[in-house]
Design a protein around this ligand. Structure first.
Ligand code: CS2
Length: 476
């Protein structure tokens, strides 16, 4: 079988028409530097940008920066920066090559090259998918800003790049699942600027965005299926569900691609979309991940099939999320929630519970704790949210209900292990130790007796009966 590359396209007659990229790599000049060349970016923003350029033109090629791993860069270079997106759903597999990557760089290996790319006035947007945990200032920020250490962290790359621009307007576009992602990143970069003895220039904008497409880690099976659907081998395909959504706050002082032509929603206020997505979709995802992983369910679709699960999730959406979220015009929490559950039932995606379970300490504040806080502020009791929090706490012990170990992949893993080793392995012991994690729980929730009672109650159920039986009973 041919390998996906320009050579393959020209000398081997090319790919089937439906699989061809909308633009050729190198045909479009770079206008965007993207930090975080993971699967999500390649299946979401890159696809929108390629369609926008194909529809309306513009120098909006993407220079993709891999923060740490070189592997993806080497593979993409071998394929002339082409890769494919495998869309997997109940109606079968489809695959298409994407050609919008106009350059590749490695932040760990060549940080000054990345700083120079951000400083280049031809670049008008720096977009980010670096996961929740990258949005903090590193302990060695100062040397990274002064040049005594290489600027490898996201804040240092941005500060040094922005300082090099001398007046060319720029948009920093955060595409990670953080509540208020625009203002949050602006505040972070403003603090880093201050540490550098500078001020954030007025012509740098930080619009908020809501990004949505389920993109599991690519497996060997996905690679085989991508090759079959594409008609060519690809070492680095990405797999995604058919659904895709992007809502963007329209604030781009240096211009932007015509993303609306690609189906994105450009708006003045992203907040209602963002809150709905985090609190309905991502919270339910985490609930499935923790309850499912405890019950030994490998896939999100398997977890959704646990008896009682759908009822539990629907009650959470109707009784707790709907009560605290004002959805965007035309949407309802329960209607949105129903679509989310259909999407999670997509077994062809092969999305693993352990992948969604990762980084709980970073994710839960954005997706679950806001709902809990709002409920408590109104004097309500977070029943279902309490169950999900208890499931995370039980998961954090590192054992499934069967007694097999489950890996705790979380930046706070060692702090969690340390706290748990100092308390008895009981509902009160474990929950008290974890409520004391200040990076997760604000004092208003850590000291809330009603919340604590709910969580301890559910934890005791999970401890006694396991996640499978607890969910079944709860969903009666
Ligand atoms: C998931 C998200 O891994 C996770 O935490 O909840 O990555 C989710 O698949 C996306 O936000 C969907 O847009």
């Amino acid at each position: 079988m041919a390998v996906i590359s320009r050579l393959a396209l020209s000398s081997l007659g090319g790919l089937p028409i439906a699989s061809r990229p909308l633009v050729q790599p190198g045909e479009v000049r770079p206008g965007i530097v993207h930090l975080g060349l993971g699967a999500f970016h390649r299946a979401h923003q890159a696809v929108y940008t390629e369609s926008a350029v194909a529809a309306s033109g513009g120098d909006w090629g993407i220079a993709g920066v891999a923060p740490r791993s070189r592997e993806i860069l080497d593979r993409l270079r071998e394929q002339d920066r082409l890769y494919s997106v495998l869309t997997a759903g109940p109606s079968g597999d489809r695959a298409r090559a994407v050609g919008i990557l106009s350059g590749l760089a490695h932040a760990a290996g060549d940080p000054y090259g990345v700083v120079a790319a951000i400083a280049d006035p031809g670049i008008r947007i720096v977009s980010l998918t670096v996961t929740e945990k990258a949005y903090r200032l590193p302990a060695d920020l100062l040397p990274q800003l002064t040049g005594d250490a290489p600027p490898v962290s996201v804040p240092a790359l941005l500060v040094r790049g922005i300082l090099g621009r001398r007046g060319a307007p720029l948009t920093v576009l955060c595409c990670d699942n953080l509540q208020g992602n625009g203002p949050r990143v602006r505040a972070l970069i403003a603090r880093a600027m201050e540490a550098a003895g500078a001020e954030l220039p007025d012509d740098v904008a930080f619009p908020s965005t809501m990004v949505d497409r389920i993109v599991p880690a690519t497996s060997a099976d996905h690679r085989r299926r991508a090759a079959a659907a594409l008609g060519a081998d690809d070492a680095v395909p990405v797999v995604a569900e058919p659904f895709s959504q992007w809502v963007i706050e329209d604030d781009f002082p240096g211009g932007r691609p015509d993303w609306a032509a690609a189906g994105a929603i450009l708006t003045g206020d992203v907040t209602p979309w963002e809150t709905l997505k985090l609190r309905a979709l991502n919270a339910v995802h985490s609930a499935l991940a923790y309850l499912g992983a405890l019950a030994g369910r490998e896939l999100i679709a398997d977890a959704l099939e646990m008896p009682g699960m759908t009822t539990v999730l629907q009650r959470f959406l109707a009784d707790e999320v709907a009560l605290t979220v004002t959805p965007p015009p035309g949407a309802t929490v329960t209607g949105y929630g129903a679509t989310v559950l259909t999407r999670f039932a997509n077994r062809e995606l092969g999305h693993r519970t352990l992948q969604v379970a990762m980084d709980g300490t970073q994710k839960l504040p954005h997706r679950l704790l806001g709902t809990i806080q709002d409920l408590r502020d109104r004097g309500g009791t977070p029943c279902w949210a309490g169950l999900f929090l208890a499931a995370w706490m039980r998961f954090a012990r590192g054992y499934a209900d069967s007694g097999t170990t489950i890996p705790l992949d979380d930046p706070s893993a060692s702090r969690i292990r340390e706290s748990l080793s100092a308390v008895p392995d009981t509902p009160n012991g474990v929950t008290s130790a974890l409520f004391a994690l200040t990076e997760v729980f604000p004092p208003s929730l850590a000291g809330d007796d009603v919340l604590r009672r709910e969580v301890v109650r559910w934890y005791a159920e999970l401890d006694r009966h396991g996640a499978e039986a607890t969910t079944r009973e709860a969903g009666r």
